[in-house]
Design a binder for this molecule. Structure first.
Ligand code: IVH
Length: 719
């Protein structure tokens, strides 16, 4: 930026001359275009949403004061950049518009007043009459339009520039929240359902961990991951991404049987869509404000990201009367949550050792309130990120908190950098007492302590994880207790936790412990001696296995002993196999157990290899056996199958695209009929149902002489 431009950039809008405003308008428009490109085309933004919103607000303020600057190239006149070309273009039957934002209570009041004035002008609305608003959480994902003809899903597209989007039908077909066929009555013949594709936070974190492990670049947040996943050219990749969908609007809808937005939401549910549960019809401004506050409070504990609340005039005849201005309806607004960002001083950077030995640089901050929560630490992710941010001890840094995701440092404020600062050098030795050398892994992104199982810091972290909320959830062992017990030799391996009740007297003698707290602890431990299989798997801290994958594994294997036996077999098979394995050939080239494992939903070769490596360490197996002796691990309850069920004990595989039902529905039906549904074809497979465009699995079935049938035949058989 030139010096003159810098001066203008620091001015308030009402201090600018017209010439300055013109220059600043152009600079902002260019900058916004640059960030739009990064966001929409590359799914890789450089700045936070709050910073982006600030740029747009400043541009809008300039246009409000100098309306002559508004032209067709101004970002305020566009919804989003024109789509890139990798996908076929789809023209939306009705444009997909955006929403105006309100950031403050005054702006909300402004919206409510405008709606009331508009309706008083356009209809016979009485001055005190109620205007009901449908209030909904604003899901932080990407909006898409789904075309249904005679109730059948035929095409799906991204928003693109609002009039033309990209055809991502094949990818959308892999999302289980999107019905292929609508059920119930009053479905419009020609119908666009609109809503938000998003990814849950847990799923995002697990996926990102796998992404990094495979040497690929980590995604920034769940929304960009969802966008990136939906724009994959190979639907098989999208299918492995846990995408979800909430419906909340429509485009074309002929004929339309509903008169209010809230009626529409009810119908959507009947037709088979998922509706966001944080939705309420509010009749007064106070109700609206209370709803906004309540959702804001719930925000950190939701499983997915939201960035505000959307208010929509409920009556559709009123919506029609109010109409639109350029890119947004007059009858709706997005009330954004305050940016969860703040500035504070970076006191220092220290290195944290994770349970797998990964070294994470952590920012030690002057405590600061960020969106209602005091933050004293924030992650700096890895060595590359520190290098990229170039943050240094003593810097004034910008900290962001999004939901319950770990706070992060976004950058530093150059004007406030102290005179003498030093670039951060990543240590070459682990900070643990063993001071083992640090090794670089996974394409250099991750640095790891080479101490492995011997590293005491890792041991403590593994124990901490074991007792954490999503694992054994043992209350009373949190905080520094694990570390203290470990240092004093009361705990070394997870099984020791269940031997603590026998050491009651020793614990009671410790500082800070009394009868009550000891008894509570013992009770909490005893209560967890019976545990579900998914929690058990999650707690072991197997690299790349988190809560979601643990659940899927538990479903697949059902029983702890079967699971353990299969993992040990898979590890053995893997040892004998060549380095480079393809998922499709894993059964044939590695073995049945390994093949089964890497074909489990969301696992694949990288994760299967991590699991195999874990189970080939004798120490890990001993830990599990020790736990197994002390605990009851509940088997996953499967629905009882009648002895005469049609497909009892049969192994069924579905391959290719099914047109009359989703893969999940077909799978559920097969399981109801007593079958076990797997992903890969082997000699043991009893039946392969072959859909459209099936590939290698159908060929393999033919080679092995396994029975196959078409979708039509399956429908008849399973009816
Ligand atoms: S209604 C014409 N409802 O927010 C009105 N949008 O900033 C169409 N969004 O493009 C949008 N949750 O991607 C609506 N409950 C909700 C929403 C929602 C998230 C997104 C959507 C929209 C953007 C506008």
């Amino acid at each position: 930026m030139s010096r003159a431009a810098k001066v203008v950039a620091a001015l308030q809008v009402d201090e600018m001359t017209e010439r300055q405003a013109r220059a600043e308008h152009k600079r902002l428009a260019d900058e916004i275009a640059h960030h739009d490109k990064l966001y929409h085309e590359k799914d890789d933004p450089e700045i936070s949403d709050a910073e982006y919103d600030r740029l747009r607000q400043r541009l809008k303020a300039i246009e409000a004061r100098f309306p002559q600057l508004v032209d067709m190239f101004s970002p305020t006149q566009k919804v989003a950049p024109t789509p890139t070309t990798a996908f076929a273009k789809v023209r939306h039957a009705k444009p997909m518009l955006s929403l105006d934002n309100a950031f403050t209570d005054e702006e909300l009041q402004g919206f409510l007043d405008r709606v009331r004035r508009g309706l008083e002008r356009e209809t016979d609305l009485k001055p005190d009459a109620e205007i009901a608003l449908s209030c909904e959480a604003k899901i932080d994902g990407l909006s898409i339009s789904l075309r249904y003809e005679d109730g059948v899903f035929v095409q799906g597209a991204t928003r693109g520039d609002g009039s033309t989007g990209e055809d991502v039908t094949a990818n959308l077909k892999t999302i289980k929240d999107i019905p292929q066929k609508l059920k119930g009555k009053d479905v419009p013949k020609a119908f666009d359902v609109r809503g938000e594709v998003y990814m849950e936070r847990n799923a995002f974190m697990e996926l990102n961990a796998r992404q990094v492990a495979a040497g690929e670049k980590a995604y920034v947040n769940p929304r960009n991951t969802a966008a990136g996943s939906l724009r994959q050219l190979d639907p098989e990749i999208t299918a492995r991404r846990p995408l979800r969908f909430f419906a909340y609007a429509w485009g074309e809808a002929e004929p339309r049987a509903w008169k209010t937005h809230s009626e529409y939401l009810k119908l959507l549910k009947e037709w088979g869509f998922k509706i966001n549960p944080l939705t309420k019809l509010c009749r007064t401004a106070d109700d609206v404000r209370a709803f906004y506050r309540k959702i804001g409070e719930e925000r950190p504990s939701l499983p997915y990201d939201i960035d505000g609340v959307v208010y929509k005039v409920d009556r559709i005849d009123w919506q029609e009367r109010l109409g639109f201005v350029s890119r947004a309806p007059r009858w709706a607004i997005a009330h954004k949550f305050p940016a969860e960002q703040a500035r504070t001083r970076l006191k220092g950077i220290f290195i944290q050792v994770g349970r797998t030995g990964a070294l994470t640089p952590v920012a030690d901050l002057e405590p600061i309130n960020v969106g209602g929560v005091v933050v004293a630490r924030a992650t700096l992710h890895n060595a590359d990120e520190i290098e990229r941010l170039d943050v240094r001890e003593g810097d004034m840094v910008i900290v962001q908190r999004a939901g319950d995701v770990i706070p992060q440092v976004l950058g530093f404020v150059p004007e406030e950098r102290p005179k003498k600062t030093e670039k951060f050098h990543f240590p070459t030795k682990c900070p643990c007492p063993l001071k083992t050398p640090v090794k670089s892994e996974e394409g250099g992104v991750v640095r790891r302590c080479s101490g492995g199982l011997e590293c005491p810091f890792q041991q403590v972290e593994r124990l901490r994880y074991f007792v954490s909320r999503n694992c054994f959830d043992i209350e009373g062992l949190g905080g520094t207790h694990i570390e203290n017990f470990f240092n004093d030799g009361l705990l070394k391996i997870p099984g020791d936790i269940f031997r603590l009740p026998g050491k009651k007297d020793l614990i009671r003698k410790r500082e800070g412990w009394g009868d009550l707290s000891v008894n509570n602890l013992i009770k909490a431990i005893e209560d967890r001696k019976t545990i579900s299989l998914d929690r058990f798997i999650n707690a072991l801290g197997i690299p790349l296995i988190g809560e979601a994958t643990a659940k899927i594994m538990a479903q697949e294997y059902g029983d702890v002993d079967d699971w353990l036996a299969e993992m040990l077999k898979a590890a053995k098979e893997r040892k004998k196999a060549p380095d480079d394995v393809k998922k499709e050939k894993a059964v044939a080239e590695v073995g049945e157990s390994y093949g089964r494992l890497c074909n489990v939903e969301q696992i694949g070769v990288t994760t299967a290899d991590a699991i195999a490596a874990f189970f080939s360490e004798g120490h890990n197996v001993e830990i599990i056996r020790d736990l197994r002796k002390q605990l009851t691990v509940e088997a996953v309850k499967r629905r009882a199958v009648a002895a005469d069920a049609l497909l009892k004990d049969k192994i069924v595989v579905f391959t290719g695209e099914l047109s009359s039902m989703t893969r999940d529905a077909a799978k559920a039906r097969a399981e109801e009929l007593g079958a076990k549904v797997t992903d890969s074809v082997s000699k043991k497979t009893s039946l392969v149902v072959v859909g459209e465009n099936a590939g290698s699995k159908a060929r393999k079935a033919a080679e092995l002489g396994v029975q196959t049938m078409t979708e039509e035949e399956w429908v008849k058989l399973s009816r």
